[in-house]
Design a binder for this molecule. Structure first.
Ligand code: 5GP
Length: 192
């Protein structure tokens, strides 16, 4: 998606450890027009997939997730990283190792929001090693929901997540595919 790639070129920072900082339009401040364009693109890519619900993870999945759900006219559910006191015990849990924080956290979704009739579109901001997506797939399996596909705003294709998702037979759409962050530069897949 050219609009997104251009924004990444002009408005991002490469941090040590192959981390891309895009705090000015997605991970801290959010650009709603760009997020709407992201949602429109995901909705177009999955329009024939029979999606009943978007599943994402707080916090940074919410902006692209809700825009995608809006365009598909379905609800969005976001997995929570801490169980709030307002949630009862009926939740699905999964472990997720955080690439950026180097810690394992649990995510949870209240059981009543996922069911076996659901065809889920999993959305996230970044795909690195795939741990967050694997956690959401785990939760979908616990609910016996079908997974129609995975959409990520940015995939760092040089890390293992993209390969894992495709190898396990899930449709994957990434709106920006990064081949490398060598020399503190963003190199997109297919770029010279
Ligand atoms: P994974 O679980 O695929 O290893 O990593 C994905 C999660 O880690 C994303 O949800 C995102 O929050 C965070 N993440 C991974 N790589 C990056 C990165 O380069 N930049 C930012 N901002 N977040 C990242």
């Amino acid at each position: 998606m050219k609009l997104l790639e251009d924004r990444i070129r002009n408005d991002s920072e490469v941090l040590p450890g192959n981390v891309l900082k895009i705090n000015s339009f997605l991970n801290h401040q959010v650009d709603p027009e760009l997020m709407m364009a992201v949602g429109t693109e995901f909705a177009h890519l999955f329009k024939d997939a029979g999606i009943t619900k978007v599943l994402t993870c707080e916090a940074s999945g919410i902006a692209p997730g809700v825009m995608t759900a809006y365009e598909l006219h379905v609800p969005m559910v976001f997995a929570r990283k801490k169980k709030p006191s307002t949630l009862n015990d009926e939740v699905y849990w999964a472990d997720v190792y955080s690439y950026t924080k180097k810690t394992t956290n649990q995510i949870c979704v209240e059981q009543k929001f996922l069911n076996p009739n659901d065809r889920l579109l999993i959305i996230d901001d970044f795909l690195a090693n795939g741990e967050a997506v694997k956690g959401m797939i785990n939760i979908a399996h616990q609910a016996y929901a079908e997974i129609a596909g995975v959409g990520v705003v940015v995939a760092k294709s040089f890390q293992g997540g993209s390969t894992w998702i495709k190898k396990h037979g899930y449709k994957l759409e990434a709106l920006a595919n990064i081949a490398s962050l060598a020399d503190n530069q963003v190199h997109f897949v297919g770029e010279n």
